[in-house]
Design a protein around this ligand. Structure first.
Ligand code: PLZ
Length: 482
């Protein structure tokens, strides 16, 4: 059955869950067949349906089904899809000019975005910003800048880290399949330290719980013994890990690391690509612990869906590379900069920091209630509109990736888009657009409750499905859409 499609996206779309065909419907199946013949099989997708329009808290597919969106295109459409402020700013910009290349003929929007990020990122010191296109590119450039500033080469990253898919960032990303497997050799001088992962840290050799400061001591010991501060340009960390499983380090972990990097002249880079720009209920996740990084990488949410990324940080570090050393044809493109200016307007006009905090209450409450009656939910964590449930075999901490994949698949069948993540592929993550209506959000969790009730306790807990799912992972998570 075909439906008339809405002419535009944005918040004007009816804010409802509506299934008018099976999922995927006939038009999506047609597109899937064309895709199979045209698109590399190495590019995955999490949902089996094709998008036609999106806005507010919904995604509408080409068959007229309307899904509640708890993924925001992996934490990108924070201000809502096709947000009016973004659409207006981009439309106005592309009608004036589409491209000059900032490295050839500069323009005001780039400067304005830099000024804004300098003002918004943590710390009162003098700052500078450079703009790029993708999150991975921002991380690569942060490393280049830190190396130029320190004259050192080594980079420390953490267990479960995700920093991208380019050559340097593959080396920095922890998980092999699907991100790295078969793609080596990887960039040298990247070292991995243990993270603080409260759900899995347990106790130390003396039986004491590994709290934040203890986890930081453990990491610093590895860094000092295996790398040495004199060789170390940068420590790069996601203040809340994204793809690795929405891991919130124990309190005190980040501040202790920050103190150590400061004392040792090492550049602390906060990778806020996923956590940044209002997502966690603060403009940047570092703020929750009062940590002031030397450099911050941003992307995703900052431009309301257009490709833009940035490195922002201490002026003396940012100015260290030779002039012409940073850049790119599209870095800070005019349309993306206009979108970023619109997205920031949307955050302010919609009081979206407050919305993110409210979403934490609603989603956290729903997940804790689910965990209280279903032992397969081992841990509930996150901040703001970046919440997660880690799934395990009841009574253990053994990851249940197959269950996470089954929940996401079944939720999509019922009209709710839920993403998975985690090194073990067993984490459900919730990243709704901050503009989602509260009733719609509650409805999504009613559906999730139904899904958990419908999946018998033993379903999806068998054998190797988890690892298999990971190998065939789609963009950004371990869902298996077959
Ligand atoms: N740093 C913290 O979360 C992107 C992409 C997942 P790009 N994460 C989602 C996938 O399967 O590709 C991300 C991130 C953090 C860097 C990146 C990289 O950002 O814009 O995807 O390059």
């Amino acid at each position: 059955m075909t439906q008339t499609l809405p002419a535009t996206g944005g918040p004007a779309l009816p804010q409802e869950r509506r299934l008018v065909t099976e999922v995927p419907g006939p038009r999506s199946r047609e597109l899937a067949a064309r895709r199979a013949a045209a698109v590399s099989a190495a590019v995955g997708s999490s949902t089996p349906f094709y998008a036609a329009a999106a806005g507010g808290g919904v995604l509408v597919d080409v068959d007229g089904n309307s899904f509640i969106d708890l993924g925001s295109g992996i934490a990108v459409t924070t201000v809502g899809n096709a947000a009016p402020q973004v659409v207006e700013a981009v439309t106005e910009q592309v009608a004036r000019f589409t491209h000059t290349c900032f490295m050839i003929t500069p323009y005001e929007a780039y400067v304005q975005v830099a000024e804004t990020l300098n003002e918004l990122t943590p710390g009162e010191h003098a700052k500078r910003t450079a703009l790029f296109t993708s999150g991975a590119e921002a991380v690569e450039n942060a490393v280049k800048i830190a190396r130029a500033h320190t004259g050192r080469q080594a980079v420390v990253v953490f267990d479960h880290a995700y920093h991208g898919r380019t050559n340097l960032t593959m080396a920095m990303t922890a998980k092999s399949a699907p991100y790295k497997s078969g793609f080596g050799p990887f960039a040298p001088e990247v070292y991995r330290a243990p993270l603080s992962y409260p759900f899995r840290d347990g106790a130390d050799a003396d039986g004491r719980p590994v709290d934040g400061p203890a986890a930081a001591r453990r990491a610093i010991e590895v860094i000092e013994k295996q790398v040495g501060a004199v060789n170390l340009a940068a420590v790069v960390i996601e203040p809340i890990q994204g793809e690795g499983g929405f891991i919130v380090p124990a309190p005190g972990f980040l501040p202790a690391l920050a103190e150590w990097t400061r004392a040792n002249g090492v550049v602390l880079v906060a990778d806020e690509v996923q956590t940044g720009f209002a997502r966690t209920g603060a403009m940047f996740a570092c703020e929750h612990e009062g940590v002031v990084p030397d450099l911050v990488t941003t992307a995703k949410g900052i431009a309301g869906g257009l490709p833009l990324s940035a490195v922002t940080g201490r002026a003396e570090i940012m100015d260290a590379p030779v002039t012409g050393g940073l850049g790119g044809t599209y870095g800070g493109s005019a349309a993306a900069c206009a979108a970023a200016i619109g997205a920031l307007r949307a955050v302010r006009e919609g009081d979206l920091l407050q919305r993110a905090r409210r979403i934490e209450e609603v989603v956290g409450g729903r997940l804790r209630r689910l965990a209280a009656r279903d032992a397969r939910v081992g841990d509930v964590r996150g901040r703001g509109a970046m919440m997660a449930a880690e799934l395990v075999r009841p009574g253990t901490r053994e990851p249940d990736a197959a269950l996470a994949a089954a929940v996401a698949r079944e939720a999509a069948q019922r009209g709710v888009v839920v993403l998975t993540c985690g090194t073990y592929g067993n984490v459900l993550r919730f990243l709704p657009p901050l503009v989602i209506g509260e009733e719609l959000l509650e409805e999504a969790f009613d559906v999730l409750d139904e899904v958990f009730a419908a999946l018998p306790a033993r379903a999806g807990t068998g054998g190797t499905a988890g690892a298999d799912g990971a190998v065939r992972a789609a963009g950004g998570d371990d869902q298996d859409v077959d």
